[in-house]
Design a protein around this ligand. Structure first.
Ligand code: GRF
Length: 209
């Protein structure tokens, strides 16, 4: 099977991007990142890409009149780089419905809670963990899912839990969950690249090799 061409979208530090790069370099993922795109000029994720000789592109929303044309330019870059799988690794912009339609069940997102808890509009960064701590949940975790038209509502591919301890803060919970994310996201991408993820309605099935 040929290597799947992957495009990664980031807005921040890109530790999840790093976990994908490491997993590809160790031979776990049969894929290749052909481009990393960011809506933030100073996103450290772009720097990580450059350090690994990966094409890194900053797209400035201010150069576009609306969210559709901004998304169209990203679609153009993905096409130029022959991207077959899009990974949102801490990407904080909403995708246009055209984008989602073009890459139906070919866009993977990672979210730092157990969907459907603490997800959707407004739940990003530390806000997710603050909400979990304030609610008093005893477990939280990470979810990897396909992206559909709404925020964090697409079919779930994998989830893993972490315990929330009495003394946890949003920062400590974030760190615990990031550790899990760095395992889970590369694993989901590995399965995808092996053609092992089937989507059946809202459910997904990971088939054996
Ligand atoms: C992660 O917690 C991810 O789940 C969320 O954004 C954060 C990105 O972190 N979508 P990083 O940029 O990969 O370090």
């Amino acid at each position: 099977m040929s290597q799947v061409k992957i495009g990664v979208l980031v807005s921040g530090s890109g530790t999840n991007l790093q976990s994908i790069i490491d997993s590809i370099n160790s031979g776990d993922i049969n894929g290749k990142i052909t481009v990393v795109i960011s809506n933030k000029k100073d996103a450290y994720g772009l720097e990580r890409a450059k350090q690994h000789d990966i094409n890194a592109v900053f797209v400035n929303e201010k150069d576009y009149n609306n969210i559709e044309s901004f998304n169209d330019s990203i679609i153009e870059i993905l096409k130029e780089n022959k991207v077959e799988l899009v990974v949102l690794a801490g990407y904080l912009k909403i995708l246009s419905s055209k984008f989602i339609g073009l890459y139906r069940n070919k866009i993977i997102n990672i979210h730092p809670s157990l969907i459907p808890s603490f997800c959707g509009k407004g739940y990003y960064g530390l806000k997710v963990h603050e909400a979990a701590i304030n609610y008093g949940v005893k477990i939280s975790g990470a979810s990897v899912h396909f992206v559909d038209e709404n925020a964090d509502t697409g079919p779930i591919i994998m989830q893993e839990t972490v315990n929330v301890d009495y003394n946890d803060t949003s920062e400590s919970l974030q760190q615990k969950i990031l550790k899990v994310e760095h395992k889970l996201l590369p694993l989901a991408i590995k399965y995808y690249c092996e053609g092992r993820i089937e989507v059946v309605g809202r459910k997904t099935l990971i088939t054996s090799k």
